[in-house]
Design a protein around this ligand. Sequence first.
Ligand code: AMP
Length: 212
Amino acid sequence: MIVVLTGAPGAGKGTQADILVEKSGFRKLSTGDALRKHVKLGTEIGKLAGAIMERGELVPDDVLFKILRAELGTDKGELLLLDGYPRNVAQAETLATLAEVHPVKVAVHLDVSKDELVSRLSGRRVCGGCGATYHVASNPPRMSGVCDKCGGAVVQRADDKAEAVAVRLDVYEKNTRPVLDYYAKKGLYKKVDGAGGADVVFGRLKGMIDAL
Ligand code: AMP
């Protein structure tokens, strides 16, 4: 069973997915993380995707489908959280073709205002070693530029720079927002207020997931 976590870049999908994994027995599948791994390893997919990701644009659907197939597995009973997929209606339709093994139970939209999204994304910093995330204002590392958890270098993701953020938000409006309507028409859409701290948002999300 799949829970799709959807919402604009910076809405907190990855953060909420991590808390759900820790507390509720889900496995997380983040297409952004999978792509970043390919880039780091320098695979064919990574070579193709790296520049596209830096610009904040979408990687082609056929590449995403390969990643999805490889990561989803064949375990019918598994509770899966999809973070970052589908990002357009064609991807949602592709996902629906896998419904026999992996039916979508609900698509949760983490709803956050545009001002808040820009502030979250432009202030976000990540550890290049372990992937821990920080924010320059609300959650900085104890020592500037050094990860509290592993001592790795804490840097800004190339696609969190202002120009790429503008592209990503635009891509979201044009390509991903229609996915919300797609799931609403199927009766699978739920909106959760994504404003506030991670714990507060998790409280709202958990109530909804528990009711499934
Ligand atoms: P994320 O970490 O989810 O914000 O994804 C980072 C980047 O990876 C996006 O800006 C896209 O370039 C690419 N990406 C991730 N998921 C997808 C997807 N489902 N379709 C196309 N591109 C994707």
